[in-house]
Structures are given as structure tokens and as C-alpha cells.
Design a binder for this molecule. Structure first.
Ligand SMILES: C[S@@+](CC[C@H](N)C(=O)[O-])C[C@H]1O[C@@H](n2cnc3c(N)ncnc32)[C@H](O)[C@@H]1O
Length: 293
């Protein structure tokens, strides 16, 4: 740790308005959500994101008493595959490097990045419950000096300028204003540092809005952005895309498999319908920091 590192300070305003209050309350009260907890029990990586890739259809033909367990395992494998895409996009990092996990959830992506590269990871989160959960997990893993979780708003983290080699957002950008968020990332990333984003968004080329995107926003209290807003906000803040992968078709099997689970939440069909009709997209964006200082 250097003296420039963040100090968690109770005086900093982290939750800035009524919307963020509702959002924090939403995540704080989602403590016993069976899907995410069950999935995380498999390998100790607790995620709050979806998954990519094909599932093995044979798991649906298994013995009825095994079926749910098999589905849960397969969903978790697809979730890990998504986090893997983020890790691969940061290839080249080492133990000397530092990554910001903005909107760190229960810490799954942060731990995976540390396991892969030995890098330090700082998670920023407005949910005190998520922070408590992920800090406990870090202690259990013996990672508390390397993977730390802070009560911070990702749009105003308080970290020093140019103090990170990487920043990641795994399904968190739909809760904040993008130019504000990317401006903060351009500030904390060193020149040439990488920003990796996985997100769902409205495909405004096809539909500016849709019944599905509205239902999803209501369900998650999110404010889903247009696809074009990502790229205008990146350009505005000096984060230059080096790779954009449209994962929409690879995201559909995860949702289809979830419809077979007894732990489905009801939000599966809107994702399936919107992705199949290309009214929403699921994107992996990798950008490098070229903002002028
Ligand atoms: C869909 S979850 C994703 C969690 C994690 N990235 C993952 O992949 O498992 C969204 C997370 O973003 C956090 N969050 C939402 N708005 C935030 C903000 N303005 N600053 C920091 N965290 C925020 C929530 O508390 C929650 O942990």
C-alpha cells in the first residue's frame, strides 16, 4: 500500500441521490437470492452477472433428482466463462499491477482476476451487504491485503490519478451516467491502461426502446443505455476501443437454460426475446486510455 491509496472515509458522500439509495437498498435486501448463492457455492466464486456460451443439452435428460443440480452447475460454468472473457482481455497483467472492479458485487470477478494474474484488485460498491460478503470471502481466501472492497461510488472512487493498470465493469454500467463513469475511469487509469466492459444495452439501431428493455429496467431498477451511448461516451472521455465483441447470440443459451431451473426469476423471457430480435445486445468492449492529461 502507498500513502496515495484510498482510505475508506465516512465523510465522503458515496450515495448521492434517491435513485442510488433505492439501488443500494435493492442490493442490500437481496441477501438470500437462491440462484446466485447456490451457483457460488460450487467453487466459492459468487457472481451477479449472467453467462455466455452453449450449455450441454444432455443435462436436461438426467435423473429428475439430479436435474436441478446439473442445471445450476452448468449456469455457473457459463457465468465463469463470462468472467473469463474479462480476464483474457487483461492478458499481460502481473502481480505488480492493480485493477479496479467497479460495482464489484459479491467479489467473483475480483477473485478470478487476482487468481489469474496475482494483481491487486480494488472493488468499489455502494451495497454494504455486498461489501460485507466480499470482504468476508477475501478473508476466507487469505486475500485481504490483495483484494479489497471499498464503500465507494464507481463514478467518484477517490482513488489517485493514474493508479490502475486495468478497470473492469461486469454488468454494472446500467446504473450510472456513462460520460461521468468513463471520465472517472480515464482519470484513475494510467495512460494506455485497459478498460474492459461487459454489458447489456438497447440496440438503438433496431429499437430505441422495447417492452423487454422496459421490463428488465423495472425488474433490476436499472437504466439501460443505448448501444451508441457507450461509444459516444468512450470517445468523449478518451477511452479508445481496441476490441468490441457482440456476444448477443452467445448470451441466449444461458437464459434458455435458466427457464428450465426451478430458481428462474421470471426475467428470462424478456432477455431471450430481446436478444433473439436483436432489440438488445450483450457486448464485450475493451478500450485503452488515451485521455489527454
Ligand atoms: C449486477 S451486479 C454486478 C456485480 C459484479 N460486477 C458481478 O459481475 O458479479 C451490480 C453491482 O453494482 C453495484 N453498484 C450499482 N451502482 C453502483 C455505483 N454507483 N457505484 C458502485 N457500485 C454500484 C451494486 O451494488 C452491485 O453490486
Amino acid at each position: 500500500m502507498t500513502t496515495q491509496d484510498i482510505v475508506d472515509s465516512p465523510s465522503r458522500t458515496v450515495i448521492r441521490d434517491a435513485y442510488e439509495e433505492r439501488l443500494a437498498a435493492y442490493w442490500n435486501t437481496k441477501q438470500n437470492d437462491p440462484v446466485n448463492l447456490l451457483l457460488g457455492e460450487i467453487d466459492g466464486l459468487y457472481h451477479h452477472h449472467y453467462g455466455v456460451g452453449d450449455y450441454d443439452p444432455a443435462i436436461l435428460d438426467g435423473a429428475p433428482e439430479q436435474r436441478e443440480e446439473n442445471i445450476v452447475r452448468e449456469l455457473h460454468r457459463l457465468e465463469n466463462a463470462q468472467a473469463e472473457l474479462i480476464a483474457q482481455s487483461l492478458a499481460g497483467l502481473g502481480p505488480q499491477d492493480r485493477v479496479l472492479d467497479a460495482g464489484s458485487g459479491r467479489g467473483g470477478t475480483s477473485f478470478l482476476l487476482h487468481d489469474r494474474y496475482g494483481c491487486r484488485v480494488d472493488g468499489a460498491n455502494i451495497s454494504e451487504y455486498h461489501l460485507e460478503f466480499s470482504r468476508r470471502a477475501a478473508r476466507q481466501r487469505g486475500y485481504q491485503d490483495k483484494v479489497r472492497f471499498h464503500f465507494r461510488n464507481m463514478v467518484d472512487t477517490g482513488f489517485a490519478d493514474a493508479s490502475f493498470q486495468g478497470v473492469v465493469t461486469n454488468e454494472t454500467t446500467m446504473y450510472v451516467d456513462l460520460p461521468e463513469l468513463f471520465g472517472e475511469f480515464a482519470r484513475v487509469l494510467e495512460p494506455g491502461g485497459r478498460y474492459v466492459c461487459i454489458t447489456w444495452c438497447r440496440n438503438d439501431l433496431v429499437a430505441d426502446s422495447s417492452p423487454e428493455s422496459e421490463e428488465i429496467d423495472r425488474h433490476y431498477l436499472s437504466r439501460m443505455h443505448r448501444r451508441s451511448t457507450y461509444f459516444s461516451a468512450l470517445a468523449e472521455t478518451g477511452l479508445v476501443p481496441v476490441s468490441v465483441v457482440d456476444l448477443t447470440s452467445e448470451a441466449i443459451p444461458y437464459w434458455e437454460l435458466r427457464t428450465h431451473s426451478s430458481h428462474r426469476t421470471g426475467i428470462e423471457q424478456p432477455f431471450i426475446d430481446a436478444y433473439r430480435a436483436n432489440r438488445m445486445n450483450f457486448l464485450l468492449i475493451v478500450a485503452e486510455n488515451m485521455s489527454p492529461r
